[in-house]
Ligand binder design. Structure first.
Ligand code: C5P
Length: 235
């Protein structure tokens, strides 16, 4: 399968058309950004790791009944995916306090929440992806009530499947962000699931094995990403 015209270049990925109307190719880059693009850098080999890990997670989720955009891994960095229209929402699930949740609520990081939480951000770089609720999403025409309900249900299912899977790999899933797309009238899981989009801590030592190492200048970023790949059995 060949890449045709580039449709979109994001912070971490490029998306291309193909000769098949309903198939796109995603090409994962090593570029890393944080804080809405204010911090820029490179994580060597990240594109390869995120491509392989995302595909692995999407296959696992498909097997558990969650529809995804995944079709076929084409190379180290490229994957064929179903054409979708992205729902402009970042869907964030949290199991343990960290990041913006800790900051907003004055709660130290690492406290197990009494129940998983779900939040939405409006995907809009100019506004800095503001947090919104389901009523805002519907009022702004970002999604319908039916879509929001399906998205929420799927997001909690993704959390269940991923928590169990990572736990078996010695990793605690602290929180993550996922995105959904519309394909042939259905909402399906799209975008990626990787150390860029999840907080992953060693279950025993609580060492951070994710993009926070880049965001917070902690060093050892490449090693952490490689460690996650190894723990999920792909290296
Ligand atoms: O920064 P915050 O605590 O809100 O992030 C929650 C989760 O969502 C983290 O796992 C982070 O990696 C992810 N996230 C993301 N892309 C964003 C914002 C957050 O992948 N634009």
């Amino acid at each position: 399968m060949e890449k045709l015209e580039m449709l979109y270049e994001g912070k971490a990925k490029k998306v291309y058309k193909t000769a098949q109307e309903d198939v796109y190719i995603v090409d994962y880059k090593d570029d890393a950004t944080a804080f809405n693009g204010l911090k820029k850098g490179t994580i060597v080999g990240k594109g390869v790791i995120n491509n392989r890990m995302s595909n692995h997670m999407f296959k696992l989720l498909e097997n558990e009944g969650v529809p995804t955009h995944y079709i076929e891994e084409l190379s180290d960095r490229e994957t064929a995916v179903k054409k979708v229209e992205i729902v402009p929402l970042e869907v964030i699930i949290r199991n343990v306090s960290a990041g913006s949740f800790s900051k907003k609520l004055g709660m130290e990081e690492g406290i197990k929440l009494l129940a998983p939480t779900l939040e939405f951000s409006y995907k809009n770089d100019d506004l800095g992806d503001p947090m919104i609720n389901d009523y805002y999403a519907i009022a702004l025409g970002l999604a319908t009530r039916e879509e929001i309900d399906k998205i929420s249900k799927m997001a909690f299912k993704v959390n269940e499947v991923l928590c169990k899977y990572f736990e078996e790999c010695g990793i605690e899933l602290i929180d993550f962000k996922i995105e959904f797309g519309r394909s042939k009238g259905e909402v399906i899981l799209a975008d990626e699931i990787s150390p860029d989009t999840c907080r992953l801590w060693d279950i025993r030592t609580h060492e951070k094995l994710d993009k926070d190492r880049f965001r917070r200048d902690m060093g050892g970023v490449e090693d952490a990403y490689a460690e996650v790949l190894k723990r999920i059995g792909l290296a």
